[in-house]
Write a protein that binds this ligand. Structure first.
Ligand SMILES: Cc1cc2nc3c(=O)[nH]c(=O)nc-3n(C[C@H](O)[C@H](O)[C@H](O)COP(=O)(O)OP(=O)(O)OC[C@H]3O[C@@H](n4cnc5c(N)ncnc54)[C@H](O)[C@@H]3O)c2cc1C
Length: 369
């Protein structure tokens, strides 16, 4: 019996940014690579909404922010991209946000985010701002919906709001993808695992700490994604050790201070004063280095862009590889990285702030090289 050919089936485990990028690439490449005679059905499997996924889901505190600037975040390709296949430009998060204040063109499919706080943030967003994760969630949700409109009619996408628990099958045959919420597995010709950072069994050290805390009726939080952490066990005024000074520290401190009703007031001199609510625990913070990371700079290049790479480009890497020995990051690669970054620093210093330098740039470069 002849009829429509059975669809090819792709299962994608995880529907966060990477899966969204994969769909975008399928849409971009389909005209060349998929004649449409055979349908392609894509199963997206994720308990969290496709596009934002778990990390960028809307349902998380508005106090949690990105550590990237809005102008640096994009899901699209342009002529600078090194992907195979066509570049399909689209707006960065900053460019996309500009449409809501009328500062930039509209991007289809146009829809204002439903959350009024997110919309207010997007309207006021400066390209150099560090947006909330909620703002990024709205952007990723839009990218996902836009990509769906770009897929040819022969390509269909179905979201399964559940967790994949196993993938079985022969190395070169159809795969069975088991789902947590049903007995029947999905059958797929190909499976893509786009799961991001997955949870891990707690390290032995954390099991020891957790046991100790349990025995003594105290609170212990193992390393977790901060948006998933239940901090309700931390009582007001309780002394808490925070181990580590990175992004999770920033997240947890925001959740345990402003998240507990504390407020920042601006002093007459423009500096901020924290006004506690009284519901905060007392935080004692430390790390192996003992100092916090530098906050990210909002400094913009004022001089011309340096021609890079200079010290850590393909030629330098080829020279290293030509030595034909195993490379050591610290010994072989790091010095070149440091020299490259240093070159960028001095280029800016000499061009944008010449009053702080004492010799001509050419002399400096010759010596630095
Ligand atoms: C707290 C935090 C902050 C970050 N901030 C930034 C930032 O500011 N800027 C930046 O560029 N990057 C940031 N990142 C990096 C972040 O990993 C990437 O931005 C991006 O989310 C990676 O996309 P991904 O799709 O590979 O993985 P994820 O975003 O992790 O998506 C993977 C998806 O797979 C799903 N999944 C996993 N296992 C299964 C399963 N068995 N079944 C079904 N679904 C499953 C998850 O639910 C999730 O939705 C941050 C990461 C974290 C954890």
């Amino acid at each position: 019996m002849s009829g429509a050919p059975a669809p090819a089936v792709l299962a994608v485990v995880g529907a966060g940014p990477r899966a969204t990028g994969l769909l975008e690439r399928i849409a971009a490449n389909a005209p060349e690579l998929w004649d449409g005679a055979r349908p392609l059905h894509i199963h997206l499997i994720d308990p969290h909404p496709p596009g934002p996924g778990r990390i960028w889901r809307h349902e998380q505190s508005g106090l949690l922010r990105m550590n990237s600037m809005a102008e640096d975040v994009t899901m699209f390709t342009d002529e600078s991209s090194t992907v195979e296949g066509p570049a399909r430009p689209g707006p960065s998060l900053a460019e996309w946000a500009a449409q809501f204040s009328g500062r930039g063109p509209r991007h289809a499919p146009y829809a204002e985010p439903a959350d009024p706080e997110v919309l207010a943030e997007l309207r006021a967003l400066d390209p150099a701002d560090f947006p909330t994760r909620g703002a990024q969630s709205a952007y990723l949700d839009w990218v996902f919906r836009r990509v769906l409109t770009e897929l040819p009619a022969s390509v269909t996408v179905e979201w399964h709001r559940t967790t994949a628990t196993a993938v079985t099958g022969p190395p070169d045959g159809p795969q069975q993808v088991r789902l947590a919420d049903r007995a029947t597995a999905l059958t797929a010709d190909l499976v893509v695992l786009a799961q991001g950072h997955i949870g891990a069994e707690p390290a032995a050290e954390h099991r020891v700490f957790a046991d100790f805390a349990r025995r003594h009726g105290r609170f212990h939080l193992p390393p977790v994604f901060s948006a998933d952490a239940d901090l309700s066990g931390l009582r007001p005024g309780e002394h808490v050790l925070l181990r580590g000074f990175g992004l999770a520290f920033v997240d947890l401190t925001a959740l345990l201070t402003e998240g507990r009703g504390g407020r920042f007031r601006t002093r007459p001199d423009g500096t901020l004063r924290y006004v506690p609510s009284g519901s905060e625990p007392v935080l004692h913070v430390g790390s192996r280095r003992g100092v916090p990371y530098h906050s990210k700079t909002r400094y913009r290049l004022q001089g011309p862009r340096p021609a890079l790479p200079r010290h850590f480009g393909p030629a330098a890497v080829d020279a290293l590889l030509a030595e034909g020995r195993p490379l050591d990051l610290r010994r072989d690669v790091w010095p070149l990285m440091a020299k490259e970054i240093g070159y960028g620093h001095y280029h800016e210093l000499f061009h944008a702030h010449p009053a702080r330098t004492t010799l001509p740039w050419e002399d400096f470069t010759a010596a630095y090289d």
